[in-house]
Structures are given as structure tokens and as C-alpha cells.
Design a protein around this ligand. Structure first.
Ligand SMILES: [Zn+2]
Length: 129
């Protein structure tokens, strides 16, 4: 047994509470609210984030655009029936090209691929001289 609880964003108009128990992944995905994600434009897959869990809950995320965009869908009480979901990668794109980001640069407040990250690092060093 596991429990899903919908995440209500403070910025969302849709504040309808939703919480339900489920006994299988199939039962979870059969829910109307979760089913609606499959028709979203660019929807890629559901994924779970264990690392960022709050108070032992697991975050269920919806990934879009091949995993480059993601939104919190809700919270799962435990790991029962959801172990087969992929782990959320939360991939970001480089802010200067189309490549996957390698790291977030604190001073530039942006994501960069390895090549551009090195360039920015050099630029920062020059600025300090
Ligand atoms: Zn780049």
C-alpha cells in the first residue's frame, strides 16, 4: 500500500486537494489526474526523486521535453509499487548552446556545458585581475 498526495503550487489556479491510496503502479497511473498528464504537450515520462524527498516522502515528477523540463506532480508516502519509475534526472541545457548542462555557475546564475563552463571560469578569473 502507498499513498499519493497532489502537490498544490501556491502559483497554481488549480488548488483542488487530491489524496488517494493505491496498491500497484497501474492503479496509481489509472487515476484521472495522473492520466491527464499523458495528453500534455511535450510530456516525456513520470519520474521519482528520492534524494530531494521531504520528510521521507518521495516526489513524483512529470518530465517534459526529453527530461529537460520537469514539474512536481505530488508526493508518495513510501517506495511501494513505484520502484520501477525512472529516477528524475532534471537535465538542464547549457545557456549558451544546445548541449546538456555540466554545471551551474553561481556568479553567472546559469547552467553551462563543460566547454562553456570552462570559458566562463576563465572569464571570471580575467575579471578579477
Ligand atoms: Zn554550451
Amino acid at each position: 500500500m502507498n499513498t499519493f498526495r497532489k502537490y498544490c503550487s501556491p502559483f497554481s489556479f488549480n488548488q483542488d486537494q487530491l489524496e488517494f491510496d493505491f496498491k500497484s503502479k497501474k492503479e496509481l497511473l489509472a487515476n484521472k489526474f495522473l492520466q491527464s498528464y499523458f495528453s500534455h504537450e511535450g510530456f516525456f515520462r513520470f519520474a521519482i526523486d528520492v534524494k530531494e524527498s521531504i520528510e521521507d516522502e518521495i516526489i513524483l515528477m512529470a518530465e517534459y521535453e526529453n527530461g529537460h523540463e520537469w514539474w512536481v506532480v505530488g508526493f508518495l508516502k513510501n517506495k511501494n509499487h513505484v520502484a520501477s519509475f525512472p529516477k528524475a534526472k532534471m537535465k538542464r541545457k547549457c545557456s549558451m548552446c544546445e548541449k546538456d548542462a555540466f554545471a551551474f555557475h553561481l556568479e553567472y546564475r546559469n547552467d553551462f556545458c563543460k566547454k562553456h563552463f570552462e570559458e566562463i571560469k576563465k572569464r571570471v578569473k580575467k575579471d578579477l585581475k
